[in-house]
Design a protein around this ligand. Structure first.
Ligand code: SF4
Length: 461
């Protein structure tokens, strides 16, 4: 569809003004509701939509177009709302996994409980070292990622949460996310996460076909995944997210559709979709180089991505960032901080931070991390001051990944540069070829080209 199709629809006819206002205020109120209220809200919205669509007066307007309109309103609301958040995010990297997946180049080790205890002691020392430095900072999100946080011994997350709460200053509702893998989740661990204050669980589903996953050295079954979602439901975790991978060797379009349908059926509120990347020095990379495994081509991946986008949109999800889709109000608050220039503190092996114009990262080596902290040193191995020229580049890259695009006026004020002049030729060509468009002062990537957004963005840097 053309980008301005929605604009061609008369809003007055689409939905009466009062209804638009009602829905807007419903949406505003929704952000501070508890999960049960949010459920009722969803039911009411579905009923309203049904009533609206069955109204003979509006029958010449089709459902797809109505949804398109609602999606646009929500996308803008979601992004704008999160743009106002200026509190810090806290990221904690847990560097352990059951075993290493063949494609993975994240920092993770397969280790025993002793190593986990040594890591815990080092991590707690690191937290203590930031106590004074972060005294005046206010946080409102915690994200425990990895690695696989759910492989940690029972009691670890609870103790960690207590340590964090007693060290850093939090204000308002806290979004507290933990990543889990289906084969290491247990009832007791989820109970512990609840007691620790976790209110968002991100499940590493990737694909529900275990044969496809086995092919890339990831071992989990549909029973593991079913069990995880059953437990989450029974224990009242409503804000659930799932990671999905596309472009896996031997993965068909139908396999991708099955995974998405499965997650919709499980009432997952947020889905992140990533394309398999061939990282050097991984077993998968070697297997591909030796011709043992054939990767899927770009064309197949684009088709998968576009299919996922369509399916999710039809089921009420908003694509608020290139790889991230959410039912309205369930977008990830923590991840927004990375995309919008807000400070965050990263703790643990290989964690990255961005504080007061400095970007710094911890060592990727577990032994070095533990040694440095045992010697009273911060485990930081890289630190750089981020100049405005670099922030400009990041601003372009990150804002174009968001559905709302780049605010040209804000960019001009912030960086004293009129992008339409300094990148006139590139922007002109990209618009002419349908990759970019300008709407209400925002430079945006055309939705059908989101998958190749990185290539488009490179043209503008
Ligand atoms: S579970 Fe995740 S972090 Fe761990 S090895 Fe696999 S891809 Fe890497």
């Amino acid at each position: 569809m053309k980008n301005n199709d929605v604009e061609q629809v008369d809003k007055e006819q689409l939905i009466p003004n009062q209804e638009i206002e009602n829905k807007k205020s419903d949406f505003d109120n929704n952000t501070s509701q508890n999960p049960n209220e949010t459920h009722q809200q969803e039911d009411t919205e579905k009923k309203e939509e049904k009533r609206f669509l069955s109204n003979k007066k509006f029958k010449k307007f089709d459902k797809a177009r109505y949804r398109e309109q609602k999606c646009r309103e929500w996308e803008i609301k979601i992004v704008n709302q999160n743009m106002k958040d200026d509190k810090l995010g806290l990221y904690i990297h847990i560097p352990f996994c059951d075993r290493k997946c063949d494609y993975c180049d994240f920092v993770s080790y397969s280790m025993d409980e002793n190593a986990q205890h040594d890591f815990q002691q080092a991590l707690f020392k690191e937290i203590d070292m930031y106590r004074t430095q972060c005294e005046k900072m206010v946080f409102n999100s915690i994200y425990i990622g990895g690695g696989t946080p759910s492989v940690m011994y029972e009691g670890f997350i609870y103790e960690l949460a207590r340590k964090v709460y007693s060290t850093f200053h939090f204000e308002g509702d806290i979004e507290f996310t933990i990543e889990v893998n289906p084969n290491s989740v247990t009832y007791d661990k989820l109970l512990e996460y609840l007691r620790a204050g976790v209110n968002r669980v991100s499940v590493g589903v990737q694909c529900i076909d275990s044969k496809i996953l086995k092919n890339v050295g990831r071992f989990q079954t549909i029973e593991n995944i079913d069990n995880t979602f059953d437990l989450l439901k029974k224990m009242g975790f409503i804000n659930t997210s799932a990671d999905v991978m596309i472009g896996l060797p031997n993965q068909s379009l139908d396999a991708v559709k099955d995974t998405i349908n499965y997650l919709i059926d499980k009432n997952v509120k947020h889905i992140s979709v990533y394309t398999l990347q061939l990282e050097e020095n991984t077993p998968l990379y070697k297997n591909v180089k030796m011709g043992k495994i054939k990767p899927l081509g770009d064309e197949a991946c684009i088709k998968m991505y576009n299919t996922v986008t369509k399916m999710l949109k039809e089921n009420g999800f908003i694509r608020y960032e290139v790889s991230n889709f959410a039912i309205p109000t369930y977008e990830s608050r923590h991840n927004f901080k990375y995309w919008k220039d807000v400070d965050y503190l990263g703790l643990g092996v290989s964690a990255h931070s961005f504080l007061e114009n400095y970007r710094f990262s911890n060592t990727c080596r577990l032994d070095e991390y533990i040694d440095m902290l045992n010697n009273g040193q911060f485990p930081i191995v890289n630190k750089e001051f981020i100049r405005d020229s670099e922030r400009r580049t990041e601003y372009i890259m990150l804002s174009l990944r968001l559905a709302t695009g780049l605010n040209l006026e804000k960019f001009r004020k912030r960086f004293k540069e009129d992008l339409l002049k300094t990148r006139a030729k590139q922007i002109h060509d990209l618009i002419k070829n349908g990759y970019l468009y300008i709407e209400d002062g925002f430079l945006k990537i055309a939705p059908q080209h989101f998958y190749v957004s990185n290539r488009i963005i490179l043209e503008l840097l």
